[in-house]
Design a protein around this ligand. Structure first.
Ligand code: CP
Length: 315
């Protein structure tokens, strides 16, 4: 894998994905083998939006590789509050670190920020755009539970604003999959994403539905997402949709015994807690997979960058 920045899952080939997932599996089996691999490296965290999983798992991943982390902290406590631009923030902070992780509410912000820095920049969510590192841990979880080829997956909920959905859908076009998208009409996948998926399709089939019922029995994986309240321009529009597309044990009566239920989390009320203790539930395992997958990604990127620096010195 030889990408300086990871901005969108569109950048990832099947070989790239398998490299990261295979390295994550090795780390999962023996984390001590990489415990001091990046002892002199520093990771910078720039989170302009709330996060629990992504931020904490990147921090844990870097520390488990022997490295350290510096965190810009909240907008309120940083110079963003004084009006510093994102371009200036990344230009300054790249001088302190070996890689940057950026979450920002504006779609396209990670691509823009990447133009200003030489250290690897990882997009940890840009508005309703992409969340490619979430996708890598999603793919790891799917591979462990259902396999990535000959996969029938249902992706349900807020497909319009859900960045994890956009990134996952693109990445799955590298595999032999049938992707079923289930949402109300107002929260369907953006038309340009549907167009791209059909273009890039390869072995992938794309279908859209307004109800889970008709396709549930055929699914290997059901990927449920939260309605992204914070992205609705009008709260009344959110209230019209809120509460739809929830699942409970009754909903899953017609599902295969082997159905894997995933969710990038946080959930609000999309998955009833009664599902948590069933064999279907993989969403906490999915969140925990953020550690080996982000360790693998950082290991590969930092290793590549250090190889590039060494080549530069000898040229
Ligand atoms: N899945 C995810 O991105 O969670 P956080 O918002 O808590 O980072």
């Amino acid at each position: 894998m030889r990408h300086d920045h990871l901005i969108t899952s569109k950048q990832l080939s099947r070989a790239d994905i398998e490299t990261v997932l295979d390295r994550a599996a090795e780390i999962d089996a023996d984390p001590s083998a990489v415990a001091n691999r990046h002892a002199n490296s520093v990771l910078g965290l720039l989170f302009f939006e709330p996060s629990t999983r992504t931020k904490m798992s990147f921090e844990t991943a870097m520390k488990r590789l022997g490295g350290s982390v510096v965190d810009m902290g909240s907008i309120e406590s940083s110079s963003v509050k004084k009006g510093e631009t994102l371009a200036d923030t990344v230009r300054v902070t790249e001088g302190y670190v070996d890689a940057l992780v950026l979450r920002h509410p504006k779609q396209g912000s990670a691509a823009m920020a990447g133009e200003f820095v030489d250290v690897p920049l990882l997009n940890a969510g840009d508005g309703a755009g992409h969340h490619p590192t979430q996708t890598l841990l999603d793919l790891y979880t799917i591979r462990e539970n259902a396999g990535l080829d000959d996969l029938t997956i249902g992706i349900m909920g807020d497909l319009k604003y859900g960045r994890t959905v956009h990134s996952l859908a693109y990445a799955l076009t590298n595999f032999d999959t049938r992707q079923h998208f289930i949402s109300p009409e107002s929260l369907q996948l953006p038309r340009e994403v549907v167009f791209d998926l059909h273009q890039e399709g390869g072995g992938t089939q794309i279908r859209e539905h307004d109800s889970l019922e008709e396709i549930l029995p055929s699914l290997d994986v059901l990927y449920v997402t939260r309605i992204q309240r914070e992205r609705f321009p009008d709260e009344n529009e959110y209230q019209k949709i809120a509460g739809e597309y929830q699942i409970d044990l009754e909903t899953l009566e017609d599902a295969r015994d082997e159905l894997t239920v995933m969710h990038p989390l946080p959930r609000v009320d999309e998955i009833a807690p009664e599902i948590d203790d069933t064999d279907h539930a993989a969403y906490f395992e999915q969140a925990h997979n953020g550690i080996p997958v982000r360790m693998a990604l950082l290991d590969i990127l930092l290793e590549n960058n250090s190889d590039a620096d060494t080549r530069g010195e000898t040229d």
